[in-house]
Design a protein around this ligand. Structure first.
Ligand code: CA
Ligand code: CA
Length: 66
């Protein structure tokens, strides 16, 4: 299982989803199947995504940077 951007979604799943396997802010939260080891805070609220996923506080299924 390869997860190049460490967002918890394997590259194969990202390709299947159409998200970017090299962008830790591009993934489908529903498809997080491995440990999230990235330390990105994609929505900029001060809580890293790994913690938001663990806490269930990520609201959107697909993280989109605006
Ligand atoms: Ca990704
Ligand atoms: Ca955040």
């Amino acid at each position: 299982m390869v997860d190049c951007d460490e967002d918890g979604v394997t590259d194969a799943d990202e390709i299947a989803n159409g998200t970017d396997p090299n962008d830790a802010c591009s993934y489908n939260v529903a498809d997080v199947t491995v440990a999230v080891t990235s330390t990105v805070d994609c929505d900029g609220d001060g809580v890293i995504d790994a913690d938001e996923i663990a806490d269930g506080t990520i609201q959107t299924m697909l993280v989109v940077i605006t």
